[in-house]
Write a protein that binds this ligand. Structure first.
Ligand code: OVV
Length: 397
């Protein structure tokens, strides 16, 4: 192999130091070259925008069906049946993707818009009645949990399992480290609960879940596929939006000038959310697996080998972005890879943007100033860049 010629980095990207603050590792990886070698896991790393973008869009060369975590499904049995969307390639990927993208697409969301805006107003009214609160549980977690399980059509019981399931799932894309081991005792119970909720008779007749089953009746997917497509919603639809909202709340609490700008121009809420997704990259990393030998930046990635794509590093690559570390509503953040890129690009991104728009609009209407009121604490996860606690103080308008 040609790994000797490659710059080798020994840092553990899934170690607590890097999870607490990955900036130094990201810069080292980008500066090392278009490809680096991660000795700790024997995988190739991409951290520059150009190469991450190319790998994300190059599905014919870099497959998802061998898993998008460190574990290689060619050799290891996955801990759960693979996702029909995330862990599949064309052509098998395409029918489930087409169904889900319609179920959670812009047209479908138009019917939910008014009620989500109203739910945000109600939640924000209640929470900002106190001048100081922890924005992570009280807003970033509370809002998605208030509207998303209802939109899917979940029953009332066991919803407290959604966040811990996602937490374990996103840890499981990394190495089997302490974070994974800590979650393992509960993983079977959580997965069993999630799988039960995907059955047709568990889902309300008018939600996203029922619409997935209706697509099976039409023959767009099979009845065997339907529950796994519902599972994708429950897997990817909660923790991601919680930490996307956490990112934008943190951004505004630390950038008073940008908050003023949003208040003057609430139409910027969606741009603000995408800029926060670029700036924090709530989903930090995913892997691909070389399907055949393929060259990246002069390095051949041999068939069957894993590449680790650092979305967060690409989203701050100075080769692509001016002043990449600045959270700035003046910039055009489109083209960021925080939602991925290409045919696997986040199917739920319109859901996430609507949630953010609803929450930010409700906040901007009431809150003149928002600032950090205590030390924010990171939550370490092998895939997610997350907050455990985000204490804020608000002054009402
Ligand atoms: C993007 C994503 C994350 C986690 C799970 C899934 C997708 C899924 O399809 O199950």
């Amino acid at each position: 192999m040609n790994t000797q010629a490659l710059p080798s980095i020994d840092t553990d990207p899934f170690g607590h130091e890097a999870l607490e603050d990955p900036a130094e590792l990201h810069a080292a990886l980008r500066d090392a070259g278009p490809v680096a070698y991660l000795s700790r896991y024997d995988v190739f790393a991409l951290a520059r925008y150009e190469e991450v973008h190319a790998a994300l869009t190059g599905w014919q060369d870099f497959q998802s069906a061998a898993g998008v975590g460190l574990s290689n499904f060619r050799h290891e049995k996955p801990w759960r049946p693979p996702s029909l969307l995330l862990e599949a390639d064309p052509p098998r990927h395409d029918a489930p993707r087409a169904v889900l993208s319609k179920v959670v697409g812009p047209r479908a969301l138009r019917r939910l818009r008014e009620s989500w805006l109203a739910a945000a107003e109600e939640l924000v009214d209640r929470v900002v009645a106190e001048p100081e609160f922890d924005a992570l549980p009280r807003l970033a977690e509370a809002f998605p949990l208030r509207i998303f399980p209802d939109a899917v059509g979940l029953g009332p019981d066991g919803r407290e399992n959604l966040l811990p399931y996602g937490e374990f799932l996103f840890n499981s894309f990394g190495p089997p480290n302490d974070l994974v081991e800590k979650g393992r005792p509960d993983a079977g119970r959580l997965a069993a609960w999630v799988n039960e909720q995907c059955a047709r008779d568990r889902l309300a007749p008018d939600g996203f879940g029922a619409q997935i089953w209706a697509a099976a009746d039409r023959g767009d997917i099979t009845h065997e596929q339907a529950p796994l497509v519902v599972r994708s919603l429950l897997s990817a639809g909660v923790d991601t939006t919680v930490h996307g909202l956490g990112a934008v709340l943190y951004a505004f609490a630390t950038h008073p000038d940008q908050w003023e700008r949003l208040r003057a121009e609430p139409g910027l809420a969606r741009v603000a959310f995408d800029e926060a997704v670029r700036w924090q990259s709530p989903v930090q990393t995913f892997f691909r697996t070389a399907l055949g030998d393929h060259e990246i930046g002069g390095t051949t990635i041999p068939d069957g080998r894993k590449i680790l794509m650092f979305l967060g590093a690409a989203n701050r690559d100075p080769r692509r972005w001016d002043d990449p570390d600045a959270f700035d509503l003046s910039r055009d953040p489109s083209g960021h890879v925080g939602f991925g890129m290409g045919l696997h690009q986040c199917v739920g991104q319109h859901v996430a943007r609507l949630e953010a728009e609803a929450l930010l609009t409700a906040l901007a209407r009431r809150v003149e100033r928002i600032e950090i009121a205590g030390t924010p604490r990171r939550h370490h996860n092998n895939t997610l860049r997350a907050w455990e606690s985000l204490p804020v103080r608000v002054a009402l308008a």
